[in-house]
Design a protein around this ligand. Structure first.
Ligand code: CTP
Length: 397
């Protein structure tokens, strides 16, 4: 199971990208599509999003996406980048290091392996300029697949056709992915229902503004992914984040703390609940109309939100193993120990969020249980998730 960032260029072969997404998902991979302007003339973002079960990115200037997940993170969150189909124009831009849209910016910013599947008219493929660009890309360490030979949509014959999606996927070194394959019914968590919350909540102030926090959702999504890989039935209640749904996970999208609470309670019973979300503690009564600055500083009246973890701690259907997180900036273990008792959780994973943990890819955990606390080495969020799932499997067995 790997995370694939798929850049779909403009060209008649773009429709084959849809089939490639379907196949990749079937094999358990996560696909985040990026559609170039040219590509959007051949396939719609909607069809790619539906097949990928992921948001589709199209523009560098989409402020919402840049705020929530900049182009650097988008390329870092992948295990592999695939350009399919790559046009002659895209190859030329890549070879020259041009970054004038989202796709080319991602390709310049990525530190992950890149594979390119070109598709174009035979003369364009054979043109000295294209061949020069292909040689340059290969010299730069990019894998450029050879196009197939055959009859082309333009009526000519020769090399330039996009290979079959099966062949393209088979050419990718996806076995080097960081996450384990789905274990299915043989996994240590098979037959168990694991409920996970992830991401921030957004509390509306007016139709255009919200109270939010910096949670990216990455740690919670990694835990959901690892639990599914261990064979669990996983329900992931996600706040507003732009992350692909891990394979085998049932995702419920929510916005506010109260929606998150309702979704969590509606998903019970569960054997294990892992509350990773950074839930807003406060909400305001939102204005129906946009607050205007000439009316002066808004007089926001804050009300307490439900504490979902604490409600689960006292619920008649309390999950057998209740795990919370504690985001702390000081006295990390002491605060987490108090939080564990106050919220009646079994375990609390405390993390120091004074650095760049929120939004970053690494985490340092102190596990607080009834027996005291233990320090885990700093690790990637994926590795933390794997470790937690192993500990949960051991404790349930
Ligand atoms: N949590 C929750 N509902 C809330 C607030 C927090 O379910 N309204 C859960 C989080 O998902 C996490 C744990 O409680 O598992 C601790 O969250 P944290 O934000 O660290 O603690 P707070 O309850 O906000 O406490 P404090 O403000 O004292 O840090």
């Amino acid at each position: 199971m790997a995370r694939l960032l798929l850049i779909v260029g403009g060209g008649i072969a773009a429709y084959k990208a849809a089939e490639l997404i379907r196949l990749a998902r079937k094999q358990g991979h996560e696909v985040t599509p990026v559609l170039t302007n040219g590509g959007s003339h051949f396939v719609t973002p909607m069809s790619l999003a539906a097949l990928a079960e992921s948001p589709v990115y199209t523009s560098l200037w989409d402020l919402k996406d840049e705020a929530e997940m900049g182009h650097i993170q988008l390329s870092r969150a992948a295990d592999h980048v695939l350009v399919c189909p790559a046009t002659a124009d895209l190859l030329a831009k890549m070879a020259a290091g041009v970054a004038d849209d989202l796709a080319t910016t991602l390709l310049l910013a990525t530190d992950k392996p890149v594979t390119v599947a070109p598709a174009m008219n035979v003369r364009m493929w054979q043109h000295a300029a294209t061949q020069r660009n292909v040689a340059q890309l290969r010299a730069d360490g990019i894998t450029v697949l050879d196009p197939d030979e055959g009859a082309m949509a333009c009526g000519e014959f020769g090399p330039g056709r996009l290979p079959d999606p099966e062949a393209i996927l088979a050419a990718l070194p996806l076995g080097e992915a960081t996450t384990a394959p789905l274990a299915g019914p043989d996994g240590p968590l098979s037959g168990r229902h694991v409920l996970v919350t992830a991401g921030p909540t957004h509390e509306p102030i007016d139709p255009v503004r919200v109270i939010a926090n910096r949670s990216s959702g990455k740690q919670g999504f990694a835990i959901a992914r690892a639990a599914a890989a261990a064979g669990a039935r996983v329900t992931l209640v996600a706040g507003p984040v732009v992350l692909a749904t891990p394979a085998g996970v049932t995702r419920i999208d929510v916005e506010t703390a109260r929606e998150m609470r309702d979704a969590v309670m509606g998903a019970l019973p569960a054997d294990v609940a892992i509350m990773v979300a950074a839930v807003a503690d406060w909400r305001v009564e939102p204005s129906d109309t946009k607050l205007k600055k000439d009316a002066g500083a808004p007089d926001l009246q804050f009300e307490r939100n439900p504490d979902i973890l604490a409600e689960l701690g006292e619920h008649p259907d309390r999950p057998g193993l209740l795990v919370g997180f504690a985001a702390e900036t000081d006295d990390v273990v002491a605060n987490a120990t108090a939080k564990r008792a106050r919220k009646k959780a079994d375990w609390v994973l405390a993390n120091d969020v004074s650095g760049d943990v929120m939004g970053g890819d690494r985490n340092r955990i102190h596990l607080v249980t009834a027996d005291g606390s233990e320090d885990w080495d700093e690790a990637s969020k994926d590795a933390v998730a794997q470790h937690l799932v192993t500990r949960i499997s051991e404790s349930l067995s």
